[in-house]
Design a protein around this ligand. Structure first.
Ligand SMILES: [Zn+2]
Ligand SMILES: [Zn+2]
Length: 454
């Protein structure tokens, strides 16, 4: 081990610093974060050095020891540069097809893909009607009617307006309509049109999160996971409404905080491809956004408190004031979480990919993901299919190889918001039309260098 830039013979600590920050000596100046452009590496510059970089000059930085780093650790006031984006273009079919939606005086506010055959969608109209629609054959049929509605008097929170949101079970039999950033919802049996459950998510800061709900399957049966309070998730049988996660929170002594009681606002839920894990994109005070993962078989099969403090519960990503992030599962273990950085005001385009089955204890008694892979570039909502990652950014759709972070191609101007997994289509509604793009098969990501798997 050689001497660090600070002159001490010690392990390096934190991102590299410019010479002026290194000289701060306990009077830390503000700093600018610089993405160096080499992978996802970042260092820290003083204001003068940040200006030099902005003018095109090169500025050197160096690693210091923990004590010297703490001496120089002031507030961040800006960001320059961006993480590296690697390009490895392959031939992609960029054809975006347009199919007319069924004529209806009431607009479609959400849709969800139903299992095959064909490319069948469930359309949710603004008046609550749920319509099954074959986008190839054109046939349509009203199958249920939802009654929950946004609270028109609710003030939007940070730009998030209450809106209806549609979820469907993997087998296509059940739908849930919930009010995102609100507190109500319901579950409907699409074979009978009957309402099988009414959902109450509680109102405590419900405006800060989409209504936490996800369908999965466990031991061959559909299961609906849903919030029943700001800090409580439950699982129920969507056919009967039977509660599968009954549990009580009893204080050990009067006045004490009950065991397992969670200080966490559950947010958007994302279930892995085969239902092995779930990701929960919520927050806790101060506010700090945290995306956690845990094992669904453990929760539904052995420990009813798995969602609060189970063995498999781990932090996948964390950033101040930042949640409601793009999240998608690549498979049954790896989840991609959008945004690089640790603060809402300083997030850079990119993803962090975490293996939900690999975590280690932290000092505070919780667990944290290990071996996360990060790369720059992906921006906006994320989708995954056939081993590829897709991001719908401001300029259009980008296609990524998540194994090495290379961008394989783009579909300019196309910004899908829904994924029909069984049919392999990414879509968005554009007026009275559905814009559709077929995801490429698994061969698209295969490298063309001749170097096969080792
Ligand atoms: Zn400097
Ligand atoms: Zn030092």
């Amino acid at each position: 081990m050689g001497l660090l830039t600070c002159g001490h013979d010690a392990p390096g600590y934190g991102p590299p610093l410019c010479a002026h920050l290194r000289a701060a000596d306990g009077r830390p100046p503000v700093h600018t974060i610089r993405w160096t452009g080499a992978g996802t590496a970042a260092d820290r510059l003083c204001g003068a050095c940040a200006q030099l970089v902005a003018d095109g000059a090169a500025v050197a930085t160096g690693v210091v020891c923990e004590a010297c780093f703490d001496d120089a650790d002031g507030d961040c006031t800006g960001v320059v540069g961006a993480p590296e984006v690697r390009e490895r273009p392959v031939g992609l079919d960029r054809t975006v097809r347009a199919t007319a939606l069924p004529e209806d005086p009431v607009p479609v506010v959400d849709l969800a893909g139903l299992p095959g055959p064909g490319t069948v969608w469930l359309l949710l109209h603004e008046d609550g009607r749920l319509v099954r629609w074959d986008s190839e054959g054109g046939g349509r049929r009203e199958v249920a009617r939802a009654r929950v509605a946004p609270d028109a008097a609710a003030e939007p929170w940070a730009g998030h307006v209450q809106r209806r949101r549609l979820h469907t079970s993997p087998d296509g039999r059940f739908a849930a309509v919930v009010i995102d950033h609100g507190s109500t919802g319901e579950v409907l049996d699409l074979t009978t049109g009957a309402r099988t459950m009414t959902l109450d998510g509680g109102t405590y800061h419900a405006e800060t999160v989409p209504f936490a709900l996800a369908f999965t399957e466990y031991r061959g049966r559909p299961v609906v996971i849903h919030r029943t309070d700001w800090n409580r998730l439950d699982a129920s049988d969507p056919e009967t409404g039977r509660l599968l996660t009954a549990r009580e929170f009893e204080p050990a002594a009067p006045g004490e905080r009950p065991a397992h009681d969670l200080d966490f606002f559950h947010g958007a839920l994302h279930v892995s491809t085969e239902g092995e894990y779930i990701a929960d994109d919520g927050w806790f005070w101060s506010p700090e956004g945290v995306c956690t993962t845990w094992s669904l078989p453990a929760w539904l099969g052995s420990d009813v408190h798995e969602s609060e403090d189970g063995q498999s519960l781990a932090t996948a990503a964390q950033a101040s004031y930042h949640w409601n992030r793009p999240v998608v599962w690549l498979d049954d273990r790896r989840v991609a979480i959008g945004g690089l950085g640790d603060d809402d005001e300083r997030m850079a385009p990119g993803v962090r990919i975490v293996d939900a089955g690999r975590s280690e204890p932290t000092g505070s008694g919780s667990r944290s993901a290990v071996g996360a892979v990060e790369f720059g570039g992906p921006d906006g909502p994320l989708f995954a299919a056939d081993g590829l990652l897709f991001s719908a950014g401001p300029d259009g759709l980008d296609v990524w190889d998540p194994s090495d972070g290379a961008r394989l191609g783009r579909v300019p101007g196309f910004r899908p918001v829904h994924h029909h997994r069984p049919a392999g289509e990414l879509v968005r509604i554009d007026g009275g039309r559905l814009l559709r793009w077929r995801t490429p098969g698994p061969a698209a990501g295969r490298r063309r260098t001749g170097a096969g798997p080792r």
